[in-house]
Design a protein around this ligand. Sequence first.
Ligand SMILES: O=c1ccn([C@H]2C[C@H](O)[C@@H](COP(=O)(O)OP(=O)(O)OP(=O)(O)O)O2)c(=O)[nH]1
Length: 160
Amino acid sequence: MKFQELFNMQAQLDSFIQQNQHIDRDVFLEKGLALTIELAELANETRCFKYWSTKGPSEREVLLEEFVDSIHFLLSLGNEKGYRLNAWPEMKKKENLTTWFLKTQEAILSFIHDPSEDHYLKVWEYYSVLAYNLGFTLDDIIQAYIEKNEKNYERQRNGY
Ligand SMILES: O=c1ccn([C@H]2C[C@H](O)[C@@H](COP(=O)(O)OP(=O)(O)OP(=O)(O)O)O2)c(=O)[nH]1
């Protein structure tokens, strides 16, 4: 599966959710807030900022699932605005996770307040750096995305 195809998978999932939940209004801001929360959930699972604790990060699978929750909302926001990426922005840059989470949060907020294509692409670049620093390859991300996408359908079908 190619990265670009995730935009179509996301569009299908989103319309299924919207029909299932009878949503006929614009939910761009809700998705934007959801993205900031998914980012925070990921940061929380890495525990990168918890200088007060000696407990290590959650298991890789947990981190990857949190990561692809963000990817769902990021794809969805792009679909809402008609923005697509032609390819995964490969960004192999070593960064301090805490600093990078804060920068990513800032990039998301800039996009929500001014949803330009440039701002959108920037958010992807920040996520790519996060992926690199968390040790996730594009294949890992696509695989985990497909699994979570299916879980999201099941949750809807089961009256989540
Ligand atoms: O329009 C939407 C709404 C939601 N999702 C997906 C994204 C994400 O993968 C999931 C929501 O995140 P999560 O599974 O963390 O949901 P939650 O309700 O916060 O779960 P929990 O109650 O288990 O924390 O739903 C979409 O793809 N499109």
